[in-house]
Design a binder for this molecule. Structure first.
Ligand code: NAD
Length: 441
């Protein structure tokens, strides 16, 4: 099949590449000329593990193309994916201007039947708005399908190639057949394609993200309470996670969720509720808990340094909102760093993949280190914000000799308490006992 993917970011580029991998002829469109030039040059503008192999193979085999020219891509495509941004608007609702703007353009361009597939995360009723925006500009036949995407950055290729399920919202028999054919290669292991109406498909995506965010905020509350009553959140996590009704995933406490999806999607769903006169009481508190959690280690850091961070250097490990991505959108690390800078600290940070994106933040006055140990040189404390694998089993002796004090604030609970105690570290994590003595500085 001939496919156009409009918007070649984390979702669009993965969708386009994986669709090419199953034999389709795909053109990825983006209005960012710099990004398109990079891709035409065989370079991937994002960090996403395992994408490179598929990307290179499909370019080489002539199935994957890139352009800024919407019309040329659309003219030859039977299926058009919209993988456009839906950032939060001023009032917290999803900003649909990218999606509806492109829909209007499509109306002016299409001259034969197209299946137009919305992969962006959009509020209930958007498929109808997209349909109206296109229909206002054409007499040509087309269908609009809602096909929300559930991939996780860091595992995007695997998630796309072997999805738990594919959700397709459509009321058109013709579009249903097209989508079934398209997704067959991805569902060979019996993972279902769930057909439903457009509105239910749109809501499914928000419900999934809101539920996962709820699980994280719930666990963060339990972690905070553990500290008050002398319980260990790791034990509690295992204790509840082994219950098959609860499951082990998304139960890790820390310094809150971030990224381009959870914060905006929870907020947008809550706003959709308000627009319908419905108050999502749980979601309001999920957001409040997350806001508080993002700075949960700020108090302990200030306490450790007697309330003042002037002349204090803090090394930060991890800037991406989670490991295995270079995405820093809504990253808890950046939130913490802003507060630490305000309090007078000097920050030296390291991240395996996200530093290039951080460098573009002109107003963020921090030093970026060459590697994780260089970040520790002369530091008064280490703050861990992202659980990259390379941070899990570091050389603690090397760390100790680089740092001024053996002090770690761990926002991701990476280390064993007994081990940290044996090594003589002051170690403060989330929802667990603090080990070690405050070393007077
Ligand atoms: P992104 O910002 O990485 O990519 C969007 C791309 O669209 C950018 O490259 C941008 O240049 C391009 N673009 C903007 N306007 C355009 C236009 N008029 N014409 C052509 N290209 C245009 O965003 P993303 O993370 O890929 O997210 C896209 C959508 O998918 C959002 O609705 C998001 O909520 C949803 N989603 C994201 C993820 C994720 O993990 N990132 C997962 C599932 C769903």
């Amino acid at each position: 099949m001939n496919i156009a993917v409009i918007g070649s970011g984390y979702v669009g580029l993965v969708t386009g590449t994986c669709m090419a991998e199953t034999g389709n002829n795909v053109t990825c469109v983006d209005n960012n000329a710099e990004k398109v030039a990079l891709m035409q040059n065989g370079e991937i503008p994002i960090y996403e593990p395992h994408l490179d192999v598929l990307f290179e193979r499909n370019i080489r085999d002539g199935r994957l193309h890139f352009t800024t020219d919407l019309k040329s891509a659309v003219d030859k495509a039977q299926i058009i994916f919209l993988a456009l941004p839906t950032p939060p608007g001023e009032d917290g609702s999803a900003d649909l201007s990218y999606v509806l703007g492109v829909a209007t353009e499509l109306g002016k361009i299409i001259s034969d039947y197209k299946t137009i597939v919305d992969k962006s995360t959009v509020p209930v009723g958007t498929a109808e708005k997209v349909r109206d925006a296109i229909a206002a500009n054409t007499k040509t036949e087309f269908d609009v399908v809602s096909n929300p995407e559930f991939l996780r950055e860091g595992f995007a290729v695997d998630d796309f190639m072997k999805p738990d399920r594919v959700v397709i919202g459509t009321s058109s028999e013709r579009a249903r057949k097209v989508m079934e054919e398209l997704y067959k290669p991805f569902t060979r292991q019996g993972n279902p394609i769930l057909f439903m109406d457009e509105r239910s498909a749109e809501l499914t995506k928000y419900a999934a993200n809101a539920f996962l965010a709820t699980k994280i905020s719930f666990m963060n509350e339990i972690a905070n309470f553990c500290e008050l009553v002398g319980a260990d959140v790791d034990a509690v996590r295992m204790g509840i996670g082994t219950d098959s009704r609860i499951g082990k995933r998304f139960l890790f406490p820390g310094i809150g969720y971030g990224g381009s999806c959870f914060p905006k999607d929870v907020q947008a769903l809550a706003k959709s509720g308000m627009n319908e006169g419905y108050e999502f009481k749980i979601l309001k508190n999920v957001m409040k808990v997350n806001e508080r959690q993002k700075t949960i280690l700020l108090g302990p850091i200030l306490d450790y340094f007697n309330g003042s961070l002037s002349n204090v250097t803090i090394a930060v490990w991890g800037l991406a909102f989670k490991p295995d991505t270079d995405d820093i959108r809504e990253a808890p690390a950046l939130h913490m760093i802003e507060h630490l800078l305000e309090a007078g600290a000097k920050i030296v940070a390291y991240d395996p993949e996200a530093m290039e994106n951080v460098r573009k933040l002109r107003n963020l006055h921090i030093t970026l280190a060459e590697d994780q140990y260089a970040a520790l040189d002369g530091a008064d404390a280490l703050l861990i914000c992202t659980e990259w694998s390379a941070f899990r089993n570091p050389d603690f002796d090397r760390m100790a000799s680089a740092m001024k004090n053996n002090v770690i604030f761990d926002g991701r609970n990476l280390y064993d308490l007994d081990r940290m105690s044996e090594l003589g570290y002051f170690y403060k994590s989330v929802g667990r006992e603090t080990v070690g003595q405050v070393i007077v500085v």
